[in-house]
Every structure is written in C-alpha cells, then in structure tokens.
Design a protein around this ligand. Sequence first.
Ligand code: B16
Ligand code: MG
Length: 213
Amino acid sequence: MQFKAIIFDLDGVICSTDEYHYRAWKALADKLCTPFDRVINNRLRGVSRMASLEIVLEKYTGPALTDEEKLALATEKNEIYRESLKEMSTADLSDEVKNTLDALRARGLKLAIGSSSKNAPFILRQIGLEGYFDAVSDGNNITHSKPDPEVFLKAAEFVGMEPKDCLVVEDAVSGAEAGHNAGMKVACVGDAAKNGAGDWNLTSFRELENVVG
Ligand code: B16
Ligand code: MG
C-alpha cells in the first residue's frame, strides 16, 4: 500500500460544524456592527480562532481594539460555539464516514486527527469517536496554524510514521497547503476539492478507499 497512516482534518471532513461556527461569528459580528456572511465564514475554514477573528474584523470600523479585547471577543465567540456543540451527537457522524474509517483501519492503516480546533476532543466525544483514533493532533498541541505543517507533522510523530508514509484528508485549501508543506500527499473533499487543492479531489468520502489502493 502507498500509505501507512491517514491524518484526517476534523471540521468539514469527519463531521460538519460550519453552521455552528457561522452562527457564533455572526452573533459576534452583529454585536460589533460589522458585516458577516457565509462567504466570509467560508474563509475561516481550517483557520485558527484568533486568525479567524482578524478576518471577521476586516470591515470593522468601530474604536480600535486592544489585544486583550480581541482575546475576550474570541472567547465570547467560543462560548457561543461550545453551546451549539452540545447539540451534536452520534447522529452527526454519517454511516459513510464511520464505515470508511472502519474499512481503512481493517486494512492496517493508522488513523489520526490533524485539526486546528482546540475543541477537537469535545467534538470527538460528542460524535462518539472519543478514543477511536490512534492519535489526535489539534489546536491544543500546536503553536502555528495551517497552512503551517506543524499539526500534521505532530500527528505523524504521534503515530510513529514518516511524513512520506502519511496521507492527509482535508476540506480547506489552507489545510491542503499544510499537508503539502509537511511533505505529505493530500486527498481533498468539499471546498478544497472544488478548488482542486489536492493530489486527489474527491466527490465522496468513501472514495478514499480507492486512493489508498
Ligand atoms: P476552534 P479543522 C478548524 O478546524 C475550523 O475549520 C476553523 O473554522 C476553526 O476556526 C478552527 O478549527 C479553530 O477552531 O475555535 O474550535 O479552536 O477544520 O482544522 O478541524
Ligand atoms: Mg476543516
């Protein structure tokens, strides 16, 4: 087989939290009287919380914000977002994703998470995948966000594999760049696939079984 490990992005690949992110950022933007829509929300895919806030503030015209105020705003967004995450359940993990993961594992591949999100452990618990992956590398163990390769290099290290033996699965263009920057091949789904950002651009998650050969 071409690969020994697969590193999955979480939001947008294993499950979808787009709508929850959108609602939380929208509530914050409304409070700041700054425009925010789904086009801007799309740009936040795979981007860290603080970098996302900077994008949300691009059209903000109110009084200048200190770093402390920005941190408080990001925390406020996260509290709204965490409330929504409580609504998630095992119903948010599709049969297609779960069956494909099980099939890949049965072929002897190590499976890991490589997510920018500090909420990754909570989301995995909500959708019934706590303890499922061989390793979880997420926003809690990195200092540089995608497209920096750190999150994927850490994931490879956690499962004891060389980057060349790892396949990254991503839905964000910045995430696909991070995978390539890590020296890994990348299979894309969703937005990143539509942009042709991957070595494989898939129309369904189950096609991953063909990618690994
Ligand atoms: P948090 P991923 C990313 O997760 C999301 O796509 C992105 O929208 C979010 O801003 C980022 O996590 C940080 O999330 O605020 O929960 O730490 O796609 O890399 O799994
Ligand atoms: Mg993603």
